[in-house]
Design a protein around this ligand. Structure first.
Ligand SMILES: NC(=O)c1ccc[n+]([C@@H]2O[C@H](COP(=O)([O-])OP(=O)(O)OC[C@H]3O[C@@H](n4cnc5c(N)ncnc54)[C@H](OP(=O)(O)O)[C@@H]3O)[C@@H](O)[C@H]2O)c1
Length: 307
């Protein structure tokens, strides 16, 4: 079964529970990967201005929908504002620059409307509220169906409320059994903000296994795992699935859309095939004890941790 029938509510619209992630997919691979993902059954694609592949992702969407007998409207597309980061010598964007960046992304993707537009990170500093105001206006004008943030803490979201602005429809954050962020997730759920999970596959030994792809924090988080029998392997054997499928299923059972990235067609198929089994309540409770804290993304000062 594909994910077409599995969607979650986000603002006034719906988002397919499994999306195809495109971080670290270069220009040379992006169109083919996205087209293959749509052929494999994905109806949701996650990209960002910062991934520098929006143009190729747009081409892949057009090719993929043709192959699958669909139209571009059948695909839910997320892209993200690169907000700037003064700490990296990259001046934060203001209101007008945010709107210009949105137009550039929309143009690169070849879309009239973006399903979900996110502020990629809270690094806009004193421009953060102006950036958010621009996203709120883009939604009101019908140019984005839903708008949200990524890597925001509760304090960053409360700053938007204090500015008398509507709250985000979603917050895209690193979520997997080793980084569960229970307080932030409880806050998001209480406020009607959808948590979207990225880097769901961090606990796998194959996660960003290619040289130069993992973040400085990955080794630290994985340090004591080599000798521990993997609870994910035990569950995978019990359900007759892969460890990746267990990790992705954990996300959707918690109510989070997941965004697995793979360049390998067999993994693309596997990562979307997570609706034929269920992790029981007791197992979900056991998995809650595996939390190891903040996660591996966005290691301070290390842009390689970025997604
Ligand atoms: N908002 C943010 O700040 C942020 C940050 C990070 C990620 N994201 C989004 O979330 C998406 C997913 O996160 P991610 O790319 O960090 O990592 P991910 O999807 O959790 O994991 C991808 C890694 O796992 C491997 N893999 C994929 N499927 C597998 C399987 N079935 N079995 C074994 N290994 C498998 C991939 O290798 P192969 O490609 O070789 O298969 C790759 O090394 C990103 O692409 C991006 O769209 C957003």
């Amino acid at each position: 079964m594909t994910n077409e029938h599995h969607t979650m509510r986000i603002g006034g619209t719906r988002i397919p529970a499994v999306g195809f992630g495109t971080y670290l997919i270069g220009k040379e691979d992006a169109a083919r990967a996205v087209s293959d993902a749509i052929a494999a059954g994905y109806r949701h694609i996650d990209t960002a201005a910062g991934y520098q592949n929006e143009y190729e992702v747009g081409g892949g969407i057009r090719d993929g929908v043709k192959r699958a007998g669909l139209t571009p409207d059948d695909i839910f597309v997320t892209t993200k504002l690169w907000p700037g980061n003064a700490a990296w010598g990259d001046p934060p964007k203001g209101y007008d620059e945010t709107r210009e960046a949105f137009e550039a992304s929309r143009h690169a993707l070849g879309l009239d409307v973006v399903d979900l537009y996110l502020i990629h990170a809270p690094s806009g500093g004193d421009q953060r509220v102006a950036e958010w105001r621009a996203l709120v206006d883009l939604k009101a004008e019908g140019k984005a169906r839903a708008v949200g943030v990524s890597n925001f803490t509760e304090a960053h979201i409360e700053e938007l409320r204090a500015a008398d602005l509507p709250l985000p429809d979603a917050n895209q954050i690193e979520l997997h059994p080793w980084s569960q962020k229970p307080e932030l997730v409880a806050y998001l759920k209480a406020e009607g903000i959808l948590p979207i999970a990225y880097s769901s596959l961090v606990p796998l030994s194959t996660w960003r296994a290619e040289p130069g792809q993992d973040s400085a924090k990955t080794d630290e988080m994985k340090a004591d795992s080599a000798d521990v029998a993997s609870p994910f392997r035990t569950l995978a054997e019990r359900y007759g699935v892969s460890e990746a499928q267990v990790l992705l299923r954990w996300g959707v059972e918690n109510g989070y859309p997941v965004l697995p990235k793979s360049l390998k067609p067999d993994r693309m198929l596997q990562n979307i095939d997570i609706f034929g089994f269920e992790i029981g309540e007791e197992e979900m409770a056991n998995l809650r004890s595996l939390d190891r804290g903040d996660g591996v993304a966005w290691a301070t000062g290390d842009p390689r941790g970025m997604g």
